[in-house]
Design a protein around this ligand. Structure first.
Ligand code: ATP
Ligand code: MG
Length: 246
């Protein structure tokens, strides 16, 4: 499969501390990838670099068939190019229904979407219904978002991102604060999303990572320590020493 994202030789220091150290790896189109590693390994910083929040000191971050550099682009431009990122704290509009939140998030040509006079088309409503089903909120379309459980709000947040049709979705510790049932449902949602786009998931919960059933990249001190199947990386002695055996 063709490469969607290529990070190569990337380093970034904060006050002389090398948080990312000559980091290189690739994500393919429509690939699911888990990124694991100890606290401070650079997992979140990696996402900050891809989304343009942090500019690296060295290295390349190339995107898409044309290998355009993301490093010269603003955060807004990178998002427009198809990189979506889920933050821990949901940004759903609590007073609006699930349906309204998803309608507002639908990808529209720029300048096309006069919010005040907006009447959803049948096509938009159908898209939103499909999205809601994909995130397990098919029966909650008309519920006020503020009334959803913590897990359901997280799923709505994922739905809002999917409504933008990103080619790459970055998700940092999605299972935090979720019940076991919600965790299981979240893996289903992410696996489904990765059928049509790349999804990169940072997560400490190994059961969660196992259910993603994908290639795993282990970061340590800002570099790739090991990569491969979960069984492969979890039997690696270095990985056991720095992460699993803590
Ligand atoms: N803006 C910043 N300024 C200074 N130091 C930073 C900044 N961002 C990250 N760091 C440092 O860089 C290192 C990597 O942090 P990062 O948040 O990427 O780790 P992580 O792998 O996401 O860890 P965790 O599993 O705890 O979320 C840490 O030592 C952190 O303190
Ligand atoms: Mg982090």
């Amino acid at each position: 499969m063709s490469t969607l994202l290529e990070v190569s030789g990337v380093s970034v220091s904060f006050d002389g501390f090398r948080a990312i150290n000559n980091l290189s790896f690739r994500i393919a189109d429509a690939e699911m990838r888990a990124v694991i590693g100890p606290n401070g390994a650079g997992k979140t910083t990696f996402m900050d670099i891809v989304t343009g929040k942090t500019k690296p000191d060295e290295g390349r971050v190339l995107w898409g068939e044309k290998s355009v550099s993301l490093l010269k682009m603003s955060e807004a431009k990178i998002a427009q190019a198809g990189v979506g990122r889920k933050f821990q704290k949901p940004t759903v509009f609590e007073d609006q229904s699930v349906q309204e939140n998803l309608l507002m998030a639908l990808k529209k040509p720029r300048g096309w979407f006069p919010v005040l006079s907006y009447r959803p088309s049948g096509e938009d409503l159908a898209k939103v219904a499909t999205l809601a089903n994909d995130i397990g909120l098919g029966d909650a379309l008309l519920r006020k978002s503020g009334e959803l459980s913590h897990g359901q709000k997280q799923w709505l947040e994922i739905g809002i991102l999917l409504a933008q049709e990103p080619r790459l979705l970055l998700v940092d510790e999605p299972a935090a604060g979720m019940t076991p049932e919600e965790r299981e449902k979240t893996t289903d949602i992410l696996v489904e999303a990765a059928r049509t786009r790349a999804v990169v998931v940072v997560e400490h919960d190994m059961e969660f990572v196992r259910r993603l059933n994908c290639k795993v990249t282990v970061l340590h001190e800002g570099s790739v320590l090991a990569e491969g199947s979960l069984d492969h990386v979890t039997s690696n002695q270095d990985v056991i020493d720095v992460y699993l055996g803590r």
